[in-house]
Design a protein around this ligand. Structure first.
Ligand SMILES: [Zn+2]
Length: 494
């Protein structure tokens, strides 16, 4: 089994975070590379995580009155050209279909990079009166955007996402919707993915192409970089003007609608991996783990059937209690190999079930994560992370243990973010902060100044946190008066 152990181990994060990431995503069988550059095959273990994210978010979307629909993948090129900033923003990433059946098309077709334009066209058709508002739509779909530097889950040419698109009578209503959607993402990130995301507004340059205001949730990865994990945009009347989305008001006047759009994608899985993983591999929050508990039956020869059968019975019982459980009955690999394998794949709880455990009516439980770490001087026998649990109370005990793990992960992410975030008022302080994490700094808001900061440190403005205190002062870089009225998070980002 020496061979197996070496092959399954991952590059330590401290040695090379990117290599660690690649080791984990491929060895945990989350993804594989597609045949076309930048394309991604999501394998069943990875797709299950997506389904769990999707189910939770879809529930939030529907509970607030939105309805799902499905719009076409192909969009007439002319649609993309109607909103000037939108077309300019997406031009370098667009896939264009020019031929069908070997014949050149009269009008090329765009493969959707996002569906603002086609949905705008349909909204114009469906909305006529104030009574039709608000129109609250959502679509679960794949989109294509050419990527020069692909990275699995984070930047792939094709990815899965949901895109909400809504139309409202007033700007206030549309802003409220934009914030409602941002709240879906923040709640999903914190409550389900156990991330310590910061909700905030993007600076003008980082806005979505065609938006008046863009809001984001930013997560901190274990290497201190930031990752945008969901965005929500207030479009003002930009798309309504471009697509003729108008309504007749109660007093009979013709008015432009105010629209929003908001999206969360398979990128969230990348955020999950890089926020929680460690040198042993993935660490999955129980809420998103395909298997919350894996049972490894132990016993050779004559004893094997009895432990396997007991494991299967226990798994059925746990499943009935709503715990996603898997029995690893692979006869060709050793228990040690299985332990490493499931640890690497981030399963929150492992149960070992051997003949002696069975005789004692217990199973040996091991938690993937302890946080805070147990005191090194503590008696190992007292370590709650590894202990025998009585089989007859297993469902209740394990459900409580899973809740504890979920809370531990959220706490660890919050502590990590706090440790690596520095409020800085000097340039040396700034460079030191963004080398390992995030800097909260005052900035003049000028693009040339942002460029200088980026050139020197690779850090960019990630967001203006919503809960930031009002503050003014000199720009961290150039000393001019600060903009935005609050501090900005700067970080190196994915
Ligand atoms: Zn400046």
């Amino acid at each position: 089994m020496v061979m197996a152990r070496d092959e399954r181990s991952v590059t330590p994060q401290s040695e090379d975070f990117s290599a660690w990431y690649n080791d984990v995503i491929f060895r945990a069988e989350l993804v594989d590379r597609g045949p076309v550059r930048g394309s991604m095959v999501i394998r069943p273990y990875g797709y299950r995580i997506w389904e769990l994210l999707q189910a939770d978010l879809d529930g939030r979307i529907k509970a607030t009155g939105h309805q799902n629909a499905s719009f076409p993948l192909l969009i007439p090129q002319s649609y993309m050209q109607r909103e000037a900033e939108h077309v300019e923003g997406f031009a370098p990433e667009l896939f264009t279909v020019t031929h069908v059946g070997g014949k050149e098309l009269e009008e090329p077709l765009i493969i959707r990079p996002t569906s603002e334009t086609i949905i705008g066209e349909m909204m114009a058709k469906w909305i006529s009166s104030y009574r039709d508002l608000p129109l609250l739509l959502n679509q679960w779909a794949n989109v294509l955007r050419w990527e020069l530097r692909p990275r699995m889950f984070l930047r792939t040419s094709e990815f899965l996402w949901q895109e909400g698109h809504t139309a409202h009578a007033t700007a206030d209503d549309a802003i409220a919707e934009t914030m409602l959607a941002l709240g879906f993402y923040q709640d999903l990130a914190v409550q389900v993915a156990a991330l310590a995301t910061v909700p905030g507004e993007k600076t003008p340059r980082e806005r979505f192409a065609g938006a008046e205001r863009t809001f984001t949730i930013e997560a901190m990865m274990r290497d201190g970089r930031a990752l945008q994990a969901g965005t929500s945009h207030f479009m003002g009347t930009n798309f309504a003007s471009a697509f003729g989305i108008t309504y007749t008001s109660e007093t009979g006047t013709a008015e432009l609608c105010h629209t929003t759009s908001w999206g969360m994608s398979t990128r969230m899985i990348g955020a999950l991996i890089m926020s929680h993983g460690d040198d042993k591999g993935l660490v999955l929050p129980p809420a998103l783990a395909p298997y919350q508990v894996v049972i490894v039956p132990i016993g050779r020869g004559d004893q094997a059937p009895a432990t396997l059968s007991a494991a299967t019975g226990l798994a059925a019982e746990l499943e009935r209690a709503g715990i996603r459980t898997h029995v690893d009955g692979r006869p060709q690999v050793s228990p040690g190999f299985k332990f490493n394998d499931w640890e690497m794949r981030g399963v929150p709880i492992r149960l070992e079930l051997g003949p002696r455990d069975l005789a004692a009516g217990t199973a040996l439980m091991s938690r993937r994560l302890s946080y805070p770490q147990p005191d090194p001087g503590q008696d190992p026998g007292q370590d709650a992370a590894k202990r025998a649990i009585p089989l007859d109370a297993a469902p209740g005990l394990l459900a409580a243990e899973l809740d504890a793990v979920q809370a531990m992960l959220a706490l660890r992410a919050a502590d990590f973010r706090a440790e690596r975030t520095a409020t800085v008022d000097s340039w040396p302080g700034f460079t030191a902060a963004v080398a390992v994490g995030w800097a909260l700094a005052l900035h003049c808001g000028e693009e040339a100044c942002e460029d200088e900061i980026k050139a020197e440190t690779t850090a960019t403005p990630r967001c203006i946190p919503l809960d930031g205190e009002p503050e003014q002062g000199p720009c961290i870089r150039c000393g001019k008066p600060s903009a935005y009225g609050k501090r900005v998070i700067f970080a190196r980002a994915y």
